[in-house]
Ligand binder design. Structure first.
Ligand SMILES: NC(=O)c1ccc[n+]([C@@H]2O[C@H](COP(=O)([O-])OP(=O)(O)OC[C@H]3O[C@@H](n4cnc5c(N)ncnc54)[C@H](OP(=O)(O)O)[C@@H]3O)[C@@H](O)[C@H]2O)c1
Length: 227
């Protein structure tokens, strides 16, 4: 069945792959990106409340409901100029940590909030918050060079659980998803997974998602990830 899908950060990396795969599967994909590439793409900077408002206004003119929201846009502290070797808790600047939080936590929260009427209209919408194993207390406590990134994904995980609890009465299923360590600009060339194959598996997880999985933290294989 054709789904109306919104994907943030769809200009490159995993978001672009998920948008292509979704379109090829016959879904109506609204690809949101900071720098649109073609006429059907939508402009969205999740750091900007004005951009979020304008985006949702355009979306509301295009669609009467949204079945799947993938909050995929994300950064680590390098995006703000942090020294790659100095991103731990005793090095990273407060400003870089806050900027990372702005994109990875505040952005998804404000976008989800602005999209609530469209999500509620679907009756059984799904919200996928692209998290990371590095936001897990179990994994992130011992690995991960970027404490701004790990902290932001941990905060996104809490936001996911709280959102899931509050939106369950609307029939909305909200999850956090660890997409695997991927060969993208963020993941780097030494990552073990390609985003094409993994993107396919992520779509399988999304398609098979059921309300009893609301508020869970899943891997790209559909298995439970420790918090
Ligand atoms: N790659 C991995 O190994 C890995 C592992 C775990 C989780 N993740 C998560 O998966 C998601 C996708 O990662 P990726 O590997 O595809 O990263 P990526 O290649 O670095 O791409 C990041 C995407 O996010 C967009 N973005 C960044 N800031 C934005 C903003 N303020 N507003 C709108 N879009 C913004 C970028 O747009 P621009 O082109 O405009 O910069 C780009 O499209 C992220 O949430 C990431 O944390 C990735």
């Amino acid at each position: 069945m054709t789904q109306k899908v919104v994907i943030t950060g769809a200009g490159r990396g995993l978001g672009a792959v998920l948008a292509d795969l979704g379109t090829n599967a016959g879904h109506d994909v609204q690809a949101a990106m900071r720098s649109p590439k073609k006429a059907s793409d939508l402009q969205l900077d999740v750091d900007s409340e004005e951009s979020i408002a304008a985006f949702v206004e355009t979306l509301t003119n295009r669609l009467d409901q949204v079945d799947v929201l993938i909050n995929n846009a994300g950064v680590d502290a390098r995006a703000f100029g942090a020294d790659p070797d100095k991103r731990g808790p005793f090095d990273v600047s407060g400003d870089d940590l806050l900027a990372t939080m702005r994109t990875n936590v505040v952005g998804p929260m404000l976008l989800t909030r602005a999209m609530l009427p469209l999500l509620r209209a679907a009756g059984d919408a799904k919200i996928i918050n692209m998290s990371s194993q590095l936001g897990s207390m179990v994994v992130g406590g011992s690995v991960g060079e970027d404490v701004a990134y790990g902290s932001s994904k941990a905060a996104l995980n809490l936001l996911t659980v709280r959102t899931a609890h509050l939106l369950a009465p609307d029939g909305i299923t909200t999850i956090a998803l660890h997409p695997g360590w991927l060969r993208t600009d963020m993941g780097g060339e030494s990552a073990p997974l390609g985003s094409d194959e993994t993107g396919q598996r992520i779509w399988e997880v999304i398609n098979s998602l059921t309300p009893d999985q609301n508020g869970s933290f899943l891997t790209f294989e559909g298995t439970h990830h420790d918090w």
